[in-house]
Design a protein around this ligand. Structure first.
Ligand SMILES: CC(C)(COP(=O)(O)OP(=O)(O)OC[C@H]1O[C@@H](n2cnc3c(N)ncnc32)[C@H](O)[C@@H]1OP(=O)(O)O)[C@@H](O)C(=O)NCCC(=O)NCCS
Length: 184
């Protein structure tokens, strides 16, 4: 908990949650986030090194409470052609769900990314739970064909992936949401 952000992050929300931009020294926090990705299900697991990579690039936002406990995380997890960037690894500590923490983390990731590069195009792949979160934030769904083909490559490593069989082609079970415009 060393680095203060240079952006005008206001807020404390009403539960006293604050925004923190982690760096590569926050190994303990990276380990907790990595643990969540395998424990919570419905998410692509991320190793501690992968999460530390997001921290190192300045692409993660952590939400912490007034006692310094880790509440929530979101990050830019991948970049694609045409300046598309994916907001992912969105997860909230089970004790602090439905208190606005993930909304805060996602909003701050969007602000941070657009501040670095205003031409970025942001999206997220939502499961049934995070879809509610993105809809509350005002995001619209996209057609999968609006995104670069590379976005769907990780599906091949997904436990739900099925090779094309009997004329049926696998489709990702996540829904893409466009996040670029929700703050304007
Ligand atoms: C999805 C997840 C990140 C939401 O985190 P959160 O901090 O509880 O989200 P928020 O409090 O910001 O929720 C925003 C809104 O969506 C609603 N919402 C969030 N999850 C919901 C759910 N499972 N069912 C119904 N509504 C939900 C909240 O009620 C809230 O609405 P409100 O502002 O009217 O109260 C959290 O449930 C989680 O970590 N799930 C497991 C990991 C996961 O599935 N991540 C998504 C990967 S794409």
């Amino acid at each position: 908990m060393k680095k203060e952000t240079g952006l005008s992050f206001p807020e404390e929300n009403k539960f006293g949650f604050k925004v923190y931009i982690p760096n590569e020294q926050d190994v303990e926090m990276a380990s907790i986030v990595s643990g969540w990705t395998s424990e919570f299900g419905n998410m692509l697991p991320k190793t501690v090194d992968q999460v530390l990579g997001f921290f190192k690039s300045g692409d993660s936002i952590l939400i912490i409470n007034d006692q310094g406990m880790l509440v929530s995380h979101a990050a830019i997890t991948s970049s694609y052609p045409n300046n598309w960037k994916e907001v992912g690894t969105v997860a909230t500590n089970k004790e602090f769900r439905n208190m606005g923490a993930a909304s805060m983390a996602v909003t701050e990731v969007i602000k941070l990314t657009l501040k670095k590069d205003g031409t970025s195009k942001l999206f997220a792949l939502a499961n049934q739970f995070s879809a509610k979160l993105f809809e509350k934030l005002g995001a619209n769904t996209m057609l999968s064909t609006e995104l670069p083909q590379e976005v769907w490559d990780p599906c091949k490593g997904c436990r739900l992936f099925k090779k094309p069989e009997g004329g049926i082609i696998f489709q990702c079970c996540d829904t893409p949401y466009k996040l670029t415009d929700i703050l304007t």
